[in-house]
Design a protein. Structure first.
Lengths: 117, 110
C-alpha cells in the first residue's frame, strides 16, 4: 500500500522569507511524486511532479521540490514567499510499479500555508 | 479551465436521497478517478475507471457506485445519503504522468 504524510497541518511564513512544506511517502516500488495546490472553493491545481531524473524539480509559480530517496521525502520549497501563495497544499504519490492498471494518486491530508504580510 | 468538466458545481439534497455526479475527462484521456474531500478525512480515493472498466476501488461505500460510459464520461451515484456524505467530490483524468482535476461538485446533505 502507498501512503503520504504531511506532518504539519499549518505552516506560517512571513512574506519574503523562504518556505518549506514537508512531505514523506511510502511505496513498495519506485515513487512518482506530485504537489498540488488548492485555493478556497477551487479545484486542485498541479504544481510539479517527480517521475525520474534530477532530484530537484522546478514547477509553477517559483515552487520547487527535492526528491530524497534515502529519507523518502519530497519537500516543497520556495525561496521567497508571497501573500498570494497562501493556500492548501497537497502532496501525492503513486507507485511506479502499481499493478493491474491501478494508478490513482494517494494524497496526504494537506498543509495550510499562511503567508503573513 | 482544466479540461475536466464536472457537473453540477453545487448540490443540496436531503438525507435518504440519491444523487448523480457527472464527470467528463480531458479529450483523449481514458482514465477517470473519483475522490472525496471532507474536512476530517482529507482527499480520499474512491474509484478508478479505464476505458469503461473498473480498475481500482478505494474507500468507497457500498451505497456509492460509479460507471464510465462509451463516450468516456463517468457518473458517480450516491444513494441513501447521510449528513456525513457532505463533501467536495472531485474527478480527475490522466494523460501520461499528468493527472488533471476538475473543479469539483460540492454536495451538501441536509
Amino acid at each position: 500500500a502507498q501512503s503520504v504524510a504531511q506532518p504539519e497541518d499549518q505552516v506560517n511564513v512571513a512574506e519574503g522569507n523562504p518556505l518549506t512544506v514537508k512531505c514523506t511517502y511510502s511505496v513498495s516500488g519506485n515513487p512518482y511524486l506530485f504537489w498540488y495546490v488548492q485555493y478556497p472553493n477551487r479545484g486542485l491545481q498541479f504544481l510539479l511532479k517527480y517521475i525520474t531524473g534530477d532530484n530537484l524539480v522546478k514547477g509553477s509559480y517559483g515552487f520547487e521540490a527535492e526528491f530524497n530517496k534515502s529519507q523518502t521525502s519530497f519537500h516543497l520549497k520556495k525561496p521567497s514567499a508571497l501573500v498570494s501563495d497562501s493556500a492548501l497544499y497537497f502532496c501525492a504519490v503513486r507507485d511506479a510499479e502499481s499493478g493491474g492498471g491501478a494508478d490513482g494518486l494517494t494524497f496526504g491530508k494537506g498543509t495550510h500555508l499562511i503567508i503573513q504580510p | 479551465d482544466s479540461g475536466v468538466t464536472q457537473t453540477p458545481k453545487h448540490l443540496i439534497t436531503a438525507t435518504g436521497q440519491r444523487v448523480t455526479l457527472r464527470c467528463s475527462p480531458r479529450s483523449g484521456d481514458l482514465s477517470v478517478y473519483w475522490y472525496q474531500q471532507s474536512l476530517d478525512q482529507g482527499l480520499q480515493f474512491l474509484i478508478q475507471y479505464y476505458n469503461g472498466e473498473e480498475r481500482a476501488k478505494g474507500n468507497i461505500l457500498e451505497r456509492f457506485s460509479a460507471q464510465q460510459f462509451p463516450d468516456l464520461h463517468s457518473e458517480l451515484n450516491l444513494s441513501s445519503l447521510e449528513l456525513g456524505d457532505s463533501a467536495l467530490y472531485f474527478c480527475a483524468s490522466r494523460t501520461g504522468y499528468g493527472y488533471t482535476f476538475g473543479s469539483g461538485t460540492r454536495l451538501t446533505v441536509v
